[in-house]
Design a protein around this ligand. Structure first.
Ligand SMILES: [Cu+2]
Length: 367
């Protein structure tokens, strides 16, 4: 440990060399994961800010405890999008630099526990079309970092303790050993605070989910938005080769709210491992033969309609009519594709018509 060599501050037992390095590698690696998330957030191509509300609402149908919290977050996108972005940025830089490492572990644990609690219904759909499945692992990592003294070496924390001994840093690390930020706090003390913090965070998260009332009925489209266009797609079997194909595969829609209808004439398939949740539509749902759903059983997904750049995923069961709405905010060109393994060859994930233009992928032009 890099506790000051001060007679009043007993340094915990030194860690063995390989373990201490493993802990710091884990810390920096976790920071890099958050940095990648931060890059995703700030990259305009991902439309994090503009699609935040829609993404948040898309969790509503699968949240255990009801859609109230997802609706609430969706209705306050400015606050929540910035809160998530700032926490993401803090975790990235704090963990990579080893600056306020222990605090970052608590913040990260709180963040993951809140996400876990509030999106609990989605968690076990991993990969489920959401990256939320990793949060139990993140909490475990923060616990390991807290217990293992992450940030003890190769860190700004270490540098500051060594070079800024006289000022508040020193008072902080010399705080009584029963407070969690004290350098003298025992592993057991820190771990107890960490476990308690996670339990409280989970409690707050579940409490919010249960306490916030759901808005009644399917969430309405953004205020004042009326459909500007209706687009009908069919999935038919090609008369020549028998492959299923989207007709049309290349099409244009105007900017604004577009109502899609997919009439699927293909047969169902059993797609184990299907990320079967609807994402990226205005309501976070689709209708299948008139019923509103946020998920489709994996035992009946013939094809999907994905627009990766917009985070749109819609599932098309065999022999069904699917409807959904997408709000296109600006003129652009997007690739769409089917992600369900509908290839006709040995590997249904890679053989045609999968990935074949005019069949299971094409171009959607907005504007
Ligand atoms: Cu397909």
């Amino acid at each position: 440990m890099s506790a000051p060599s001060d007679a009043t501050t007993p340094a915990p037992a030194a860690r063995s060399w390989p373990l201490s390095h493993a802990i710091e590698i884990l810390r920096i690696g976790t920071g890099i994961v958050w940095l990648i998330n931060l890059v995703f957030i700030v990259d305009p191509a991902n439309r994090y800010w503009s699609s935040f509300s829609t993404t948040a609402r898309s969790f509503a149908p699968t949240t255990v405890g009801g859609p109230g919290l997802a609706d609430y977050v969706s209705a306050h996108p400015l606050f929540f999008s910035w809160a998530i972005a700032l926490v993401t940025g803090y975790l990235a830089f704090s963990l990579i630099l080893g600056l306020t490492t222990r605090l970052a572990c608590f913040v990260g644990g709180f963040f993951s526990a809140m996400l876990l609690a509030t999106q609990f219904g989605s968690t076990f759909l991993f990969p489920g079309g959401t990256d939320i499945g990793a949060h139990p692992l993140y909490i475990l990592i923060y616990g390991v970092l807290v217990v293992g003294g992450g940030g003890t070496s190769y860190s700004v924390d270490r540098w500051m303790r060594a070079h800024l001994p006289a000022q508040p840093i020193r008072r902080l690390v010399r705080a009584p050993s029963h407070v969690p930020w004290s350098a003298a706090a025992s592993t057991n003390t820190v771990l107890a605070y960490f476990v308690a913090a996670i339990i409280v965070s989970l409690g707050i998260g579940f409490g919010l989910v249960v306490a916030l009332p759901a808005s009644s009925g399917p969430a309405p489209p953004a205020a004042g938005t009326q459909p500007v266009a209706y687009l009908n797609l069919s999935i038919v079997l090609n008369a020549t080769n028998g492959w299923p194909q989207y007709v049309p595969a290349n099409f244009s829609v105007p900017v604004g709210l577009v109502v899609f209808t997919i009439t699927d004439h293909d047969s169902p398939m059993n797609w184990s491992g299907c990320p079967c949740s609807v994402r990226g539509t205005v309501t976070g749902t689709e209708t299948v033969n008139g019923s509103t759903v946020g998920m489709v059983p994996s035992s009946n997904v013939a094809h999907t309609f994905n627009i990766p750049d917009l985070g749109v995923q819609v599932l098309s069961p065999g022999g069904s009519v699917v409807q959904f709405e997408v709000d296109f905010t600006h003129a652009a060109s997007y690739a769409w594709m089917c992600m369900a393994p509908c290839g006709a060859g040995a590997n249904p994930y890679t053989t045609p018509p999968m990935g074949t233009p005019g069949y299971m992928t094409g171009t959607l032009t907005v504007g």
